[in-house]
Design a protein around this ligand. Sequence first.
Ligand code: FMN
Length: 195
Amino acid sequence: MTGPTSDASFSALAHGWVYRLADARTSCRAYDDRPVPDEAIRYALECARLAPSACNRQPWRWAVVRKPELRRRLIHEGFLPGLGLAWAESAPVLCVLGMVRDLLTHRVGAGISGVDYPWVDVGIVGEHFVLAATELGLGTCWIGWIRPRVVRRLVGWPYRVRPVAILTIGYPATGHTPLPPSQRRRPLNEQVIWL
Ligand SMILES: Cc1cc2nc3c(=O)[nH]c(=O)nc-3n(C[C@H](O)[C@H](O)[C@H](O)COP(=O)(O)O)c2cc1C
């Protein structure tokens, strides 16, 4: 059961720009030494700013880390060991994505519905950022394998802001090009039920 969209019309949809952007984005784990202009980061942050969120609470915060010594400390102290994250040192910018925990959405909303909305919100905002960076020809990688408390201290956030992920960003090094996501994802019919 494939649902109401036939394969033929799906391939027509594949020419849409959102699809092409989503398919162009892959996790980039090697960067060259070209600096990333602040304007490019600002563009991605502006695209992220437009993300929806539960009750429009916008519970995300960003720390854009360009200083080499702080980047090095984030990688060596703020990343959890075991995944071989040394490649991140080639990224000229690390963007720390944090989540503000507040009473309304985390306690009241989550208590009633069982859904912890700010986690959802932060995922959406991060992907807005990543897709905007992709549009500019930049590579990114989500890093969730972090020590939130250490990262918070290093970037100087208060206790109520919890670091959720670090996004590496830079111009991709030439060489290895991973398969596009369209060739590495489960088919829709394994992910969707049409009712
Ligand atoms: C929330 C999240 C956390 C991730 N954490 C890491 C990580 O700590 N280290 C890493 O190398 N990749 C990490 N990734 C990247 C995934 O491994 C990658 O997205 C997945 O394998 C699919 O590959 P693709 O991004 O190239 O399409 C993370 C991705 C997401 C969305």
